[in-house]
Design a protein around this ligand. Sequence first.
Ligand SMILES: [Zn+2]
Length: 506
Amino acid sequence: MALATLYCRAQLGMDAPLVTVEVDIGNGLPAFALVGLPEASVREARERVRAAILNAGFEFPARRITVNLAPAELPKEGGRFDLAIAIGILQASSQLPMENNGRLELYGELALSGELRPCTGLLPALLACQKAGRAALFPEACREEASLLPSLKAYGAPTLLAVCAHLAGQQALALLAPLAAAQSAAPDPLSLNDVVGQAQAKRALMVAAAGGHHLLFIGPPGTGKSMLARRLPGILPPLGEDCAQQSAAIYSLAGKPRDTGSWRQPPWRTPHHTASAVALVGGGSMPRPGEISLAHNGVLFLDEIAEYDRKVLDCLREPMETGEVSISRAAHQARFPARFRLVAAANPCPCGHFGNPRRACRCSPDQIRRYLAKLSGPFLDRIDLQVEVAMLPPGSLAGQAPSGPDNDELRAKVAACQQRQFSRQGCLNADLEGEPMRHACQLPPELAQWYDATLQALGLSARVHHKLLKVARTLADWQKAEAITQAHLSEAMQYRAMDRLLGTLP
Ligand SMILES: [Zn+2]
């Protein structure tokens, strides 16, 4: 038989559609044709495969070889199809048996010597392979990534020769052992308890962690805004298996495989303020995920947010609304999930001391207005918690020891609070909308009246109405309370530091 059919997968955003690799060997002048819209990097497979087959001690058939990668309209990139093509040629020329092809997917770029080189972004393909119930054969160097998928039947191989020996039944490759559960949790060492003072900021971190709210710290330089923000990952519960696999798949696509020791930890991303829009939201000719997708299921921390390019910040608006980002390239559209929790830190003005009772601000009202305008507008609208981190009076912390619950205790409380929200409405409070929102945040008529009147008196517009309700809902859930009370609403209103600052401008 001169036709071999094998399976591999292409990459399209987070999807890994199946690619059928057909190898036909026919009579005619020796030729090697590769069809099915292959990119340049795949076309070069001809040279790699030829050399690898010869160097592995096999015969390269001097006949007419046609390799078809189907479906043709799917973009195919990289060297991951090499192994399937090489095995197909060996099978179609009767140098290897052809059984089991239907139950196997083959991945790997071939070196000219026949060694298997690792391929980037393999995890989404392996996830799809696991779902399809096939076994996967891939380069040994991808073992660690693959070990994150416990139900995948996986084999890692060092060379083409080892793959052939396995398929010919001469020397079986060892089945990959899934990662031990004990290896998958490494709590963050930074404790919220270490921070003395700043009670409101610490409280806001817990609320943000529990309800999934975006958070802005605003205050003069040196008050510990980023030090506080860095404590958030330590109180977030570990990711469930599905979420952790999804995050690992995104990291894999970005070419930054997650460390298997900490892969259950919610991601923590801190892109620099010089980051481009593509680095932040993703892109490229073959779209790759950006920082906001790497932060999916975790935290995106933007320190000194006023330093970021306004245009770059504007790119965050849509993903913050929809929880995903879609990138169009030529005829194809790639989607990446991007449900992240934003934590931002900012000075209140260019010099940093606007509103600081202990140091005079040197900025003109116009400068401050321009500066704050950059942070406000539609972007700020999506941040539920705005908290002032004030300069503490000198000596005020002397003799104060850390107090309050430690990270383990807080993490358990955050997890319980999130569980409460999921069982009530299927999402975190920050993501509430429409009917579920009305249902979860219902106020008795008297309280509703008080709420509207108080918002008006404080000069808080209707646009923060829903936002504060969601925060109040999280405060109620934190206390395991069924109903939102006046105390919850009053506390939620305290997390409006930006509105207060804008209100004090001359
Ligand atoms: Zn200033």
